[in-house]
Design a protein around this ligand. Structure first.
Ligand code: ATP
Ligand code: MG
Length: 256
């Protein structure tokens, strides 16, 4: 079974969707490049045996801000699993790339203690169908509580105003899951992947529109402490006996 680190203040972002080619690795590398630019070295943990994000890291030019790579898909004979998966102590942000197929146990393990879960989805009927299953598994198998608001979708490789994008929006609205960004089908992502950089490291005038969307994702991700606090407060209130809850309500809002 897979194993992932757990640390109280670690921003653990999981990118998953069993549908191949939906943009998981693209999202992971581009988010990591943005976090790297902001100062602290982020880490990428790659669970996909294809090793796409580790291959991207190997291509990364030496003069770019550092990103720590953990090849979690490798089974080393020389090291214990926990040693192999260790995240440096000073890492604040860990971004996890996942493989196309995940067992239920692996899904639970990967999402445990995560601060955010991003599901990239291509807006086609087949992809929406597969995504529905993935989201159902997250809610029912991994027991992701929607009230924690840590699950969001990124619509990827979209073309403007298509019927399939409208369908995707309608489907997610019905589940109350936000689409935090809509990324265009753009060759800049392919070029960045080839060069071992994120699009934030390309000529700004060429990537302005795509960067606006990636910045939206970062804003949503960075709000994780607020989301966690609100969700913990709501859980604490729900756990109180009804009599205490109405007292709390009276002190907060005054009695009539
Ligand atoms: N917004 C985009 N515009 C254009 N090309 C894209 C975009 N997003 C991803 N791609 C390209 O689509 C292909 C698949 O993307 P990616 O490897 O990120 O998907 P994945 O979900 O990680 O796939 P796998 O399940 O095989 O790991 C890659 O060649 C990538 O460069
Ligand atoms: Mg991938």
């Amino acid at each position: 079974m897979l194993g992932t680190p757990s640390r109280n203040n670690l921003n653990k972002i999981v990118v998953l969707n069993p549908k191949g080619g939906c943009g998981k690795s693209t999202l992971v590398t581009n988010l990591a490049a943005i976090y790297a630019r902001s100062g602290a070295t982020p880490a990428i943990m790659d669970y996909d045996p294809q090793g796409s994000t580790m291959a991207w890291l190997a291509k990364r030019p030496k003069n770019r801000p550092e990103i720590h790579g953990i090849a979690a898909y490798k089974n080393s004979m020389q090291a214990t699993r926990s040693w192999q998966l260790r995240v440096p102590n000073n890492t604040a942000t860990l971004i996890i790339d996942s493989p196309a197929s995940l067992s239920h146990d692996d899904l639970r393990e990967l999402t445990r203690d995560s601060t955010s879960i991003l599901v990239p989805i291509l807006p086609s009927a087949l992809d929406i169908h597969a995504a529905a299953r993935c989201i159902a598994d997250l809610l029912l198998v991994a027991k992701v509580d929607r009230r924690e608001r840590k699950l969001a979708v990124v619509a990827n490789r979209t073309r403007k105003n298509t019927k399939s994008l409208a369908k995707l929006i309608q489907f997610l609205d019905s589940l109350g899951i936000p689409i935090v960004a809509v990324l265009r089908d753009s060759q800049t992502f392919v070029r960045a992947a080839d060069e071992g950089v994120g699009i934030c490291e390309m000529q700004p005038s060429r990537v302005k529109q795509d960067m606006e969307q990636l910045d939206k994702i970062i804003s949503w991700l960075d709000a994780w402490p607020d989301r966690r606090r609100t969700s913990n407060a709501a859980t604490a209130i729900n756990r109180q006996p009804l009599s205490e809850r109405s007292n709390l309500h009276r002190t907060q809002f005054g009695s009539a």
